[in-house]
Design a protein around this ligand. Sequence first.
Ligand SMILES: [Zn+2]
Length: 362
Amino acid sequence: MAKLYEVKTSSGKGKGVFATLEIQPGDIVMRDEARMRILDYFNGVSARQIQEALAILSPVHQAEFLQLSEGIKESTFKFANIYRANSFGSGASGADAVVCLKVSRVNHACIPNSELDMQDEGDCKLFATREIKKGEEVLINYCGSGTKAKRQDLLQSHYGFVCQCVTCSLTGEALELSDARRNLYNALLQLINGATRENDMRITSWKAPADRERVPYNFIAARLLEAEGISGTIIGVCYENAAESLLAQIRDLGLKHIIVLPAIKLLIEFFELSIQWRGTTRQADAERLRLSKGYWAALQGTDPHLQKGKKALDSLAALGITTIPSERFALICGADGQFLKFVSQDECLAMVRKERRVTQSE
Ligand SMILES: [Zn+2]
């Protein structure tokens, strides 16, 4: 396959990687491997350890390494500065640091057009998360999803450059909106997973959220990323989490014969969006996409609740009805699982309450 990129001078950024052909979302732009790996690097490392890691490289790779950017010159040793500026976290704890010589040439943007997929064995693939035009620079994100001030601080203190990407060039209301979306996204991420380094909202205590909370948190997080113009696996993961939490919530309710159609409709939308977003990273993330598709197909084939709900929604759609009518909020099945009737939201709520009272008094 023809090489999709070339390394050449990037205005104000030293060298950069540029597309030599049109690149589609999901295409692998380059394959690389970890040439250097220092275990436990982020917990403190001596210059000697870096020197030893460098010494075992071939002369060609040593020369390539020594041409990389030094970032901020924190150390008196050039090789230590280069290692610091070009390594990224790896390993189970994220404390190991690897350097991939070709990937190190890829510059940063806060809304990038590509994403790195690093395997445990050290193989890595850089894949496009959106269309990249011939001649356009290939860019990845070095600094997460913080606000402009946070990103600039991190980039300047670690890499020694001022980012002038499209997002960092926003001013006034547009910048406020971007920062607000990022603040909210990071706060949601913290609510979902616990502490994140980008969070500006300073939520101090954390309790794992219930499924009923995880659904909106993940959904809003995905929509914020979409609104910010970000693309890639990260959004597919949010929709997938929303779908799985919604499914768990439906199952936990244990109401086998009451099928709430808006919940089923949402569940289908979340699964389809997650597959759609994972599809934009189809080559690099092919295995995960195959699993997602397989899981979703299996679920539709085996979950009677979902099957009935989907059938009812399909029959409404066949009549050209895409908004669920209020009198068809839920469908009720008999003990044998056969369709009995549609009920409104009020009737459905009354049935759920009654059901719960029966369950609780048993
Ligand atoms: Zn930027």
